[in-house]
Design a protein around this ligand. Structure first.
Ligand SMILES: C[S@@+](CC[C@H](N)C(=O)[O-])C[C@H]1O[C@@H](n2cnc3c(N)ncnc32)[C@H](O)[C@@H]1O
Length: 222
């Protein structure tokens, strides 16, 4: 599914979110309290927008690494980084079996990716495994706003309009833009996701809603 939509992925992201996805990733990077103390890993990096945001805000020369198991996504990420002369290592790898030793990274982040992994618990425990003691695990994910009337408008847009625009601009056989709202509905939100993160071994857990709760940043330390 991601291979099919890869060429139009960035365009659709920016269009369907009215550009706010850029702001959410920037806020995520800026909210890190340990950025600059060691290497950074972006899991399910896709076309590399969060990885590049880390690179833009980097405070020293620690390695910045992005991994994704979709070759087409990784190729686009590499091309984008090359155009910006960004020193980022993009690797084609499975987030459920990260090819790194324990306790490697100061920051391990994922944006709109954990929901797509076949096993949320395993995805989280791999992120925690490769995070250093004292390091941060960050999860940026879509959530469903609860504030009236934003909740009604957003649900109508997300459920009915977004799939039509998505399929028109990035035709794909898997109906990726029907899968998106369906997967957000099914994925644990708020305290439920914090509980999963606690189960994976994280502490000092916090969540920060963005844009009336359309996206939420979850953070914990190892
Ligand atoms: C919605 S995209 C998010 C991309 C990017 N993080 C962003 O902020 O735009 C989800 C990505 O997760 C990747 N993905 C899903 N399961 C994965 C796994 N087990 N290992 C690595 N990547 C995975 C997909 O290939 C896809 O590129």
């Amino acid at each position: 599914m991601f291979a099919e939509i890869a060429p139009r992925y960035d365009l659709l992201n920016h269009l369907l979110s009215f550009g706010t996805d850029v702001y959410w990733r920037d806020r995520t990077v800026k909210s890190s309290e340990v950025l600059g103390t060691g290497p950074v890993l972006d899991v399910c990096c896709g076309t590399g927008d969060l990885t590049l945001a880390f690179w833009r805000h980097r405070r020293n020369s620690f390695p910045i690494v992005g991994v994704d198991f979709c070759r087409e996504m990784v190729q686009l990420a590499k091309r984008k980084a090359d155009r910006r002369h960004a020193q980022i290592h993009f690797i084609e790898a499975d987030g459920l079996h990260l090819p790194f030793p324990d306790d490697t990274f100061a920051v391990v982040a994922v944006a709109f990716g954990l929901r797509n992994m076949a096993d949320t618990g395993r995805g989280l425990s791999e992120m925690v495994r490769v995070c250093r003691p004292g390091g941060e695990v960050m999860v940026l994910e879509f959530t469903l706003p609860t504030l009236f009337p934003i909740n009604v408008i957003f649900r109508a847009y997300f459920r009915f309009l977004l799939p039509i625009i998505g399929q028109a601009l990035a035709p794909n056989r898997q109906e990726a833009y029907n899968y998106l709202p369906a997967s957000v509905h099914e994925f644990p939100q708020g305290e439920a996701l914090l509980a999963e993160m606690a189960k994976a071994g994280l502490k000092d857990l916090v969540l920060r809603p963005f844009s009336f709760g359309i996206a939420t940043l979850y953070k914990g330390s190892k």
